[in-house]
Design a protein around this ligand. Sequence first.
Ligand code: ZN
Length: 285
Amino acid sequence: MQDLIARASGGGVRAFAAITTNLVDEARCRHSLYPIATAALGRTMTAAILLAANLKTEETITIRIKGDGPLEQVVADARADGTVRGYVHHPQIDLPLHNGKLAVGQAVGNGFIHVTRFTGMKDPFTGSVPLVSGEIAEDVTNYLLVSEQIPSSVALGVLVETDLSVGAAGGFMVQAMPGASDEVLKQLENNIATLPPVSQLIKEGADPAKLFDLLFAGIDYTYLDENPLKFACSCNRERVEKILLSLGKDELNQLAAEGQAELTCHFCSQQYQFSQQEIQALHEK
Ligand code: ZN
């Protein structure tokens, strides 16, 4: 199934559903992630996509999950155009299963979730709240309530297969608008409480329409639209050259003396190589 995000609304409730299986697997391959990191980053990238679903064309959202666990930091950037990128500080850690599941909460630990909205117009706005469990979905739900005063229900799921590939990934976010009736909210709460894990639904073939049918069971709703998603990074050689230039003369001299330089983009693991001649040419700029 193709990666995509869809929107729906009904009964004073709006909902977003994302299928992210391919892009989470791409992140896994790019960063050589072990399963816990795949789950943590996949959930965080999916959350960033869901939060970006309401942005305007030029806007970006960054989620940073920073804890005292062995992963240290999980970062995801999503844009309104449906592109996302991300990384974890320590991609290859391993912990025993916790109740038969990947121990994402333990791998993240105690800390904060920071959400930054870049609007392109004003200065970026960052909201930070303490982590609830480090399991990401609960942390994002709590962030939306505490920092943005939006009561929401967020579900995120990544299913890692025994060969380490991503078998299914995705999630949904449901938000009640001020006009939603108690009856609708009660129905919604029941629907969400009885829903199987979202990664299981996607693994079984559920698309956003199917997810909305389950979420809005008993509530009239309209399927608004859907858009493709993909892993993409904004890095390129020109930008990396600028970073090298910003190091200043002494550092460039040293790099040139060492022979060559290799820089790796945090976000996508793309490598950029610079020969001695190229560094010297930059030095002369
Ligand atoms: Zn990159």
